[in-house]
Design a protein around this ligand. Structure first.
Ligand code: ZN
Length: 134
């Protein structure tokens, strides 16, 4: 793994959270993006080399809605950048970790992503991401 690419924070209201984090960071978000397949609207802030991703559910069955129902708002996942997501998925699977998807899927911010099941990672939801080269 190369670095912490971003930290995902589950929020109930993206507009309110966006205003709060803009004040906190002293800068504006650089991107708002919806990923309908994941049921989320996202807002991204760049802090040095690491991004903060705010995540709001777009419907009640969204994983973010379920997370907030169970655990409340707060840190949802940590995303690590990898050079070769398929190789890393294969390596982690062989190490006994549970992947939430068997093949990489398209995430926000021009990334291929894969999540690891929190049951296999000390209850921390971990995302692997690799930038899609255009
Ligand atoms: Zn993420």
């Amino acid at each position: 793994m190369l670095k912490v690419e971003h930290i995902g924070i589950a929020v109930k209201d993206l507009q309110n959270a966006n205003a709060l984090f803009t004040k906190l960071f002293g800068r504006e978000h650089y991107k708002i993006e919806s990923v309908e397949s994941e049921g989320v609207s996202t807002s991204f802030f760049m802090i040095g080399e690491t991004k903060i991703e705010l995540l709001e559910a777009t419907h009640p069955d969204s994983p973010i809605a379920k997370f907030i129902e169970k655990r409340g708002e707060g840190i949802h996942h940590i995303a690590f950048e990898v050079a070769d997501i398929e190789a890393e998925m294969k390596r982690l699977k062989a190490e006994g970790f549970t992947l939430l998807n068997e093949t990489p899927k398209k995430g926000a911010d021009n990334k291929l992503i894969c999540f690891l099941h929190p049951k296999s990672t000390n209850s921390v939801l971990i995302e692997l991401c690799q930038e899609i080269k255009l």
